[in-house]
Design a protein around this ligand. Sequence first.
Ligand SMILES: Nc1ncnc2c1ncn2[C@@H]1O[C@H](COP(=O)(O)OP(=O)(O)O)[C@@H](O)[C@H]1O
Ligand SMILES: [Mg+2]
Length: 280
Amino acid sequence: MGLVLRENWQHRWQCTIKIPGIDGLSSPICSWSEKNTSHMLEPVMNGRPPLIRLERVTRSYSEGSQQHNVLHDVSATFAQGEIVVLMGKSGSGKSTLLNLVSGIDLPSSGEIWIDGQSLTRLSEHERTLFRRRQIGFVFQFFNLVSTLTVLENLLLPLELNGYGGTQARQKALDMLARVGLEQRQHSYPDRLSGGEQQRIAIARALVHDPVLILADEPTGNLDSETSQQVLDLLDSLTRKAGKTMLMVTHSAEMVGLADRVFRLREGRLIEEALASISQV
Ligand SMILES: Nc1ncnc2c1ncn2[C@@H]1O[C@H](COP(=O)(O)OP(=O)(O)O)[C@@H](O)[C@H]1O
Ligand SMILES: [Mg+2]
């Protein structure tokens, strides 16, 4: 493991508008400023730069006078292109962790860095834009928009990212072909099987080319044969495209495909040695 120095620069134009008649100037005075907001030494893992860095992350909820630490002092780094499986009992904080990494939720303390950007220092609006651009989400219950056709479901993230017209349509159709469901482009989600809906959801998560895929129990609602097909598809599409994926799953097959496996236990994130995982 080596180290790389990453610097985050903040650039801005600052304009002062001088009012004519008051100080004799009629045009704004603008200046360009640059400031280096942070330096950090980051590890390079197996020759791959880091994409996600959790630094002493704690997430707690208050219940009456009691404080419940769901995540406690969690630190971890995941490299670009890594396929990471996250396991843990129900209620151990797996979805909470994914919500923090996507910027849906914020930690009670600690910092989360994605691609050199600190999520905790972004405004809510900036986090929404970040998520829209950089993240593809796959959920247990597919979460397709039932009133839109398959093709329209895929066009949504593209439109939100500024694509339109034939370019967006072509991208959506290419992605549908990659999940083998091009012929269902005009169907509504309720006409598809669970496995097909999840393949569409995977296509929707990848179509706008995000850097990071987050999958929360994507096979939790599927039979075992369909689950295997869905996991193979998710694994191969993310790997081929060099994407990073964080997946919550209890699937032994996915544990076998993952680059790294972590378990949440009593608020702590513990990496499991791949060779030692006998029971999922
Ligand atoms: N908004 C919330 N308010 C209070 N407690 C919450 C909230 N969200 C999650 N929790 C609690 O955090 C714990 C972890 O939840 P979650 O991350 O959904 O677990 P998992 O996905 O591992 O099953 C649970 O005890 C849950 O009740
Ligand atoms: Mg969950």
